[in-house]
Ligand binder design. Structure first.
Ligand SMILES: O=C(O)CNC(=O)[C@H](CS)NC(=O)CCC(=O)C(=O)O
Length: 279
């Protein structure tokens, strides 16, 4: 199966983000992709709560979701919308990954579990949990006649146990749509993606936001890009650099079986007691 990765520089205006995503998804589908993946917060990159409150919608009335569902149906593809920022019944938004089937139906949903609440130094700080309500459920989704996906988003990448759980529940392709910061992307992005692939014997598909994101309100943000596909043996199959665009990669599920046959570590967990300190 051919997968297509979409790399975007989303702004804080959902209408223009839908247009850019649509054009880029069309290019991936024209290159033969049957599964296309977009980055985290495809609909809106914003550092302004006021702006988010103005332009974001609930899942049932989000025009970006409606537009992308129609597009998946028109193209007859599976579309993993890396995430949409969506209003919920509560005060905080959901950071939600949605798998759209080739008939336009929503086949799976995953709400980001781990919130990016960090101080990077140099004045760069994030408090994702101020605006977003974390999810609490891991999600796999089987594509009919294709691989089983294990869903995650961005900062989840740092929590290896989630991916082990997904792989042991049957996932063969791990999805990591992201909007990584530049300093942490430079330092950690590729080794973390390769480690998750090696530990689980899964393909890793990581479509990312890239570049300097235009903002009508609040400060603008910059992201690392380098959307990546990694093989189950840990090889980088694709690195999209820092320009927006589409790229495709061919997935072969025999490669998953072969990696796990050579290194069956996914099946070698052993129980152990908590550490004791001997001092
Ligand atoms: O806030 C939004 O609009 C969408 N969410 C994000 O961009 C999130 C939270 S700020 N970014 C990350 O998780 C980056 C993780 C990262 O860079 C790392 O783990 O090093």
């Amino acid at each position: 199966m051919r997968a297509g990765l979409v790399q975007l520089t989303s702004s804080d205006e959902p209408t223009e983000n839908l247009a850019a995503a649509t054009a880029t998804i069309r290019r991936a589908a024209a290159d033969g992709a049957r599964l296309v993946l977009t980055p985290e917060v495809t609909n809106c990159v914003s550092a302004s709560r006021r702006r988010q409150n103005e332009v974001l919608r609930a899942e049932a009335e989000d025009p970006v979701l409606d537009g992308l569902r129609d597009l998946a149906a028109e193209l007859g593809i599976h579309l993993l919308i890396g995430s949409l920022a969506l209003k919920t019944e509560g005060a905080r938004f959901a950071n939600r990954s949605l798998l759209v089937a080739p008939d336009g139906a929503i086949a799976a949903r995953y709400d980001k579990i781990h919130m990016f609440d960090v101080d990077l130094g140099g004045g760069e700080a994030y408090r994702e949990s101020d605006g977003f309500r974390p999810g609490a459920r891991a999600v796999t989704a089987a594509l009919p006649g294709g691989p089983v996906l294990g869903l995650s988003i961005c900062y989840d990448l740092r929590f290896a146990a989630l991916y082990r759980t997904l792989a042991q529940a049957g996932a063969q392709v791990l999805t990591v749509p992201s909007a990584f910061t530049r300093p942490t992307g430079r330092a950690h992005w590729e080794p973390l993606l390769r480690a998750r692939a090696i530990e689980t014997g899964c393909y890793v598909l990581a479509p990312a936001q890239t570049g300097d994101h235009p903002a009508r309100a609040g400060r603008s943000r910059s992201t690392w890009g380098h959307s990546m596909a990694v093989s189950p043996w840990g090889e980088v199959l694709l690195d999209m650099g820092d320009a927006p665009g589409a790229a495709v990669v061919d997935l072969d599920l025999d490669t998953v079986a072969e990696a796990r046959r050579r290194i069956p570590s996914l099946a070698h967990d052993r129980p152990f007691r908590p550490p004791v300190s001997d001092d």
